[in-house]
Design a protein around this ligand. Sequence first.
Ligand code: SF4
Length: 443
Amino acid sequence: MFRVSHYLRELAEAERSGQYPLPRRRGAEGATAPERRAAPSPAPAPLGGGRHAAGGAISGPVVIWNLIRRCNLTCQHCYALSADHDYAGELDTGEVFTVMDDLKAFGVPVLILSGGEPLLRPDLFPIAERALAMGFYTGLSTNGTLIDEALADRITATGFDYVGISLDGLRATHDRFRRLAGAFDRSLHAVRLLLARGVKVGLRYTMTASNAPDFEPLLDLMRAEGAPKFYFSHLNYAGRGNIHRAKDAQFAATRAALDTLFDRAWDAAQRGLDEEYVTGNNDADGPWLLLWLQRRHPDLHARFGEALRQRLQAWGGNASGLHVANIDNLGEVHPDTMWWHHALGNVRQRPFSAIWPDTRDALMAGLKQQPRPVGGRCAACQYLAICGGNTRVRAQQLTGDPWAEDPGCYLDDAEIGLAEDRPRVPLSAFGSQRTVKVPVVAG
Ligand code: SF4
């Protein structure tokens, strides 16, 4: 996740005071990837697993937990390929609680409870209440269509730190994406019910070519509704998102959308508005912010561009397998939500705390390596230290090689510091999902 507002608020502060602010400690949503890769370890460190915080506690990754695969919707871009029926073999309440104990001991700071539609899980609230009581920052990721007054009251009483509700466009677009007439009205109603109760609500938007025209109106909607957070997700190549990749927004549209988002976030930062903008699934957004500053605000770039670059390098870009983890509905652990075709182990057989640091898995060894062993234009890119080589699953899905260049990078060769344009991996090189073979080293 790239926290656009975090950097632009610092920049706004620098513009006001003439001094670039000292790095702020991150909140519950965690430290930067390089901090986590490079932190000194007073005690034997888990292999690439985490950072020792003050007092010796190990800080583990943010865990996105797909507690249930069932969903009342069948969205076009769903990475979980969910449908409205039960799936056998999901973790029961007791198993979830056991895993939570292990996650807590491992220093996991954040649980994002997701699905499927997590509100379809009958024990969702006991799980969330326990997570909150244990001190996890606890988020809920929902399509919002099931949230009526009573459920809004229950969500509010539970005390979720954050609720993300997906909106893929305005009414017609959203209903088409969600394959349900009335879905937009129901989700927006949920946003309003929760905001009225003081819950921190964010809009989640995944951009493709066919919903790109709704992006700016959605930003306007966010501001009009008073929602404090907007999550812009680039389309990735997993689940139904993989099937639809040929329709992925082209690079020019992506660049334009990011400019719009940065302009909006900059406006909010300068005015001190309580609006937070974040992006996900394309870590080239970090370098693009630097390039945006150079183009849009050359005076500020001249004064603070180097400070911003250093701050972005401290972030370090893609955090799959490092700072972000995923547990699916069956208990399989993955480097992130887009790697459901690559399981690292199951929490029923082995604790998460043992699975996560285990670099006998070659994919995890590479993800935890710094710099990552990327090839192609990523290897030669001047921004590799900022973006971390971007989204490895996209490289794997389109080439079969998880360490190939990321075909979804929307920066051109001149921007990344290459003298001449060179052939690139096309965005739709393959017609079907490919599975990487990652050997397990005996040990
Ligand atoms: S070329 Fe690769 S390393 Fe450079 S910005 Fe693009 S994705 Fe990141």
